[in-house]
Design a protein around this ligand. Structure first.
Ligand SMILES: NC(=O)c1ccc[n+]([C@@H]2O[C@H](COP(=O)([O-])OP(=O)(O)OC[C@H]3O[C@@H](n4cnc5c(N)ncnc54)[C@H](O)[C@@H]3O)[C@@H](O)[C@H]2O)c1
Length: 356
């Protein structure tokens, strides 16, 4: 076996620690450096990870250590700068969190940097490793549902948190067919000033090249998933075919109902179970360029374009053709276009996150 791949992790909040501990637990990796602007977090992380190098300056640390993997898990306001640091550090893979960026302008900048630097990237849509997600996907790809005509996803959590996930799994359920156009609507300005800036509610239609229709809803007006108690896991993602449907609930298992088969099972999104295989496939991709990571940047980019096209359509009206040809500031478009009217809720429980 080859030597361990060396990893630097920047941003040691919730997700940074998930990544750092999962890298450290995998014998193909060692965390050689950790960084956060919060010194107490750096010290606590270094103590938990067996004493790697530490810093409050990501560039200084990464450029000095020259890791194989540069992982950053900062809030979405920090993306292009971290990708640049990863490239400057000489890393072969940059492991980053969703969303790819806050605007397509920044997204295009990131994509260009990665292409110019010849650096791979993965984006953490790790729910897909959940057994319940896999059961739904297996049923959909097995043909038991007949001809798939619709994929769908809903979440009561807001766009910059959740839409990237929903679209990624809808695309996976649809065999990663490219999207041709999108049309969407949005409402509510409350979350535009959140750290995950978003309209309070966005809903859209996606035309996929294979003729399948995508229907997605995210935020205050999205329907309840009454089978699930935990608010953040009230997500329903599935596919309908000519002979049945299959779906996963992020916090409530899976089910398949078709002309010939009816079955269901449990499962709830679990970082402890989802992170190890996600991390292992980073090692596999480093070992062998043919073993492309399922959460590779190109795949996430296709989902990111759909999300940005939804924002453009909601702000400007009409259909938005894909792929996007150039970058724009979709958040600014939404800030200018969204009416002042308060968002209307799908259920009383949403009032906590979307107050009047
Ligand atoms: N994939 C998932 O399931 C999932 C779940 C939750 C959050 N996320 C995403 O993960 C990202 C991080 O979320 P979080 O909840 O871990 O946030 P967090 O606020 O807990 O952590 C972010 C950390 O980044 C640090 N930081 C800020 N600027 C920095 C800099 N210049 N250099 C180094 N560190 C810096 C902060 O001090 C903080 O410790 C977000 O994009 C979020 O959307 C993904």
């Amino acid at each position: 076996m080859s030597n361990r791949y060396r990893v630097v992790v920047a941003g040691l909040g919730k997700r940074g620690m998930h990544h750092a501990t999962a890298f450290q637990a995998n014998d193909r990796f060692e965390v050689s450096g950790v960084c956060d602007i919060d010194e107490a977090r750096v010290d606590a992380a270094a103590a938990r990870l067996g004493g790697p190098a530490k810093s409050t300056d990501a560039r200084e640390l990464a450029v000095a250590l020259r890791p194989d993997v540069f992982c950053f898990c900062t809030l979405p306001n920090l993306r292009a700068e971290m990708v640049r640091i990863g490239i400057e550090s000489g890393a072969r893979i940059i492991a980053m969190e969703k969303p790819v960026a806050l605007t397509s302008a920044e997204g295009f900048k990131i994509r260009k940097m990665l292409e110019a630097g010849g650096v791979k990237a993965v984006v953490s849509h790790q729910h897909r490793y959940g057994e319940h997600y896999r059961k739904a996907q297996e049923a959909i790809s097995s043909g038991v549902l007949g001809r798939i005509h619709t994929v769908y996803g809903t979440s009561t959590g807001w766009m910059m948190h959740m839409l990237s996930h929903l679209i990624d799994y809808m695309r996976w359920f649809n065999g990663e067919s490219p999207a041709e156009w999108v049309m969407a609507q949005a409402a509510g300005r409350g979350k535009l000033s959140d750290a995950h800036p978003s309209p309070d509610y966005i809903a859209g239609f996606i035309q996929f090249a294979n003729g399948v229709r995508g229907v997605v809803e995210c935020g205050a007006g999205a329907p309840d998933v009454p089978e699930v108690d935990y608010w953040w896991r009230k997500c329903r993602i599935g596919a309908q075919g000519s002979e049945g449907f299959a779906e996963v609930l992020t916090g409530g298992g899976w089910r398949v109902v078709s002309n010939t088969l009816s079955c269901s099972g449990g499962g709830s999104m679990n970082y402890d179970l989802d992170m190890p295989p996600y991390i292992q496939q980073i090692a596999d991709w480093l070992d062998d360029p043919q073993q492309v990571h399922p959460c590779n940047f190109a795949s996430s980019w296709a989902g990111f374009e759909i999300m940005m096209a939804c924002c453009r359509s909601a702000a400007q009206g009409g259909q938005i053709e894909l792929p996007l040809e150039s970058g724009a500031d979709e958040l600014e478009m939404l800030r200018s276009a969204l009416p002042e009217r308060r968002v209307l809720l799908s259920m009383a429980m949403n009032a906590k996150e979307y107050p009047a």
